[in-house]
Design a protein around this ligand. Structure first.
Ligand code: ADP
Length: 151
């Protein structure tokens, strides 16, 4: 016996997968950063979603690739537009917690038709961003299932 779990346990394994086991490092920008610099940040860190935080490092918004592209279609100077003008803002942000099941997080990604969820922790000042959960993390989890169950 190889130590790998037989196929019948796959449901248990899936239900036990947590956000914290698959999350990535969050890439954040401050609200007053301009759109030009946010685009540079997105390329530098090779991510598709940036999380926007206030001076207490608490979540205030989300910036997707298309949010930034849409703004770039305009004729304005991107260095003069702060990201808080164009971001999707709280309380309209869908997020998750590190102990949430991966199934719950995946359901949120699909239902909201978004690419990423901030992983947050509650603090007196607001929600601190501690991680990033993307469709790539879900795909990795899917693959890890096939590996641990020798599918
Ligand atoms: P893209 O717009 O590049 O296809 P998304 O599908 O992730 O990327 O984003 C679609 C829209 O939803 C964008 O306007 C973005 O700001 C917003 N959005 C992205 N992630 C979240 C989230 N976790 N909660 C709420 N809105 C989000």
């Amino acid at each position: 016996y190889s130590g790998k779990k037989p196929g019948s346990d796959i449901t248990d394994t899936m239900n036990n997968m947590k956000v914290k086991d698959f999350q990535s490092i969050p890439i954040v920008v401050r609200e007053d950063v301009n759109v030009y610099d946010a685009i540079s940040q997105m390329f530098l860190d090779d991510v598709g979603t940036l999380f926007v935080v206030d001076k207490n490092a608490c979540l205030t918004g989300v910036l997707s690739r298309k949010d930034l592209l849409r703004t770039s279609l305009g004729k304005q100077d991107l260095t003069t537009i702060p990201v808080h003008i164009i971001m999707t803002r709280m309380p309209n942000i869908t997020y998750c917690m590190k102990n949430d099941s991966l199934i719950k997080a995946a359901t949120r990604l699909i239902n909201r038709q978004i690419d990423a969820l901030p992983v947050v922790q509650e603090h007196p000042e607001g929600l601190k961003v501690i991680g990033r959960l993307t469709k790539t993390n879900i795909t990795r989890a899917f693959l890890s299932l096939s590996e641990s169950h020798e599918l």
